[in-house]
Design a protein around this ligand. Structure first.
Ligand SMILES: C[S@@+](CC[C@H](N)C(=O)[O-])C[C@H]1O[C@@H](n2cnc3c(N)ncnc32)[C@H](O)[C@@H]1O
Length: 216
């Protein structure tokens, strides 16, 4: 696993700038583009303690997540007053299971995720440095059933103006990472001058984008 300490420290110090208190409105708006069926199995890589897990579990019978930090996973269940079953798995992971939700602690690359139909990637691909992204995309592809879809929320800004994470992963790189997918850009929101990334961090431009990736 690469650079786990960075993330463990973030959780230990409660530095959670990426965490949203509510369900991501982009998920609510664009999930229908994945043509979701209740039976479709869903995977949320690098899930943190996202409220999006709760929203997805209301719409699907089987939602898996994986998150490096034990603190994050425990906080997720405690904050929702859910009492999960906790099962150790081969010394490297724990599975927290509650109704439709199965959340694994530990590394995405070794967690025993079962194949899924739809992946929801928000603040996951863009959390990883360039040298990890090919392995990450290959791991995601290996977990997708035929006909699988990915809803991807990405960021586009001049990388040299700010050190990630979050990193900029622009359209061209998404095509390079997922060449065998049909890729549709569903949304691009160009930040205005009042956006914190421009007003405080001094970026010259910053955009949030949503993509639908469909495998054949
Ligand atoms: C930017 S956060 C995003 C969390 C969540 N997707 C959200 O939208 O709130 C990235 C998360 O990925 C986790 N992470 C980083 N590398 C990981 C890995 N190799 N396996 C599993 N989780 C990882 C970190 O602990 C962190 O919580």
């Amino acid at each position: 696993m690469r650079d786990p300490e960075f993330w463990h420290n973030k959780w230990a110090e409660n530095q959670l700038g990426f965490h949203l208190d509510d369900v991501n409105p982009l998920l609510v708006k664009y999930w229908p583009n994945t043509k979701p069926d209740y039976q479709d199995k869903v995977f949320v890589p690098l899930c943190g303690k996202s409220e999006d897990l709760v929203w997805l579990a209301a719409k699907h019978g089987d939602v898996q997540g994986v998150e490096l930090s034990n603190i994050a996973v425990r906080a997720f269940f405690a904050e929702h007053f859910y009492t999960p079953m906790v099962m150790p798995i081969n010394g490297q992971h724990e599975l927290f299971q509650f109704d439709e939700l199965s959340i694994y602690t530990g590394d995405l690359f070794t967690a025993p995720i079962k194949p899924v139909d739809i992946v929801y990637d928000r603040a996951s691909l863009v959390a990883l440095p360039p040298e990890m992204r090919v392995d990450y995309a290959n791991r995601i592809k290996s977990l997708l059933n035929p006909g699988g879809r990915i809803l991807l929320v990405s960021l586009d800004y001049p990388q040299h103006e700010m050190a990630g994470p979050p990193f900029s992963v622009a359209e061209q790189e998404i095509h390079a990472l997922y060449p065998e997918f049909k890729i549709t850009k569903l949304y691009r929101d160009e930040a205005n001058d009042n956006h914190p990334k421009i007003a405080n961090k001094g970026l010259s431009r910053f955009a949030e984008e949503v993509y639908l990736l469909e495998s054949n």
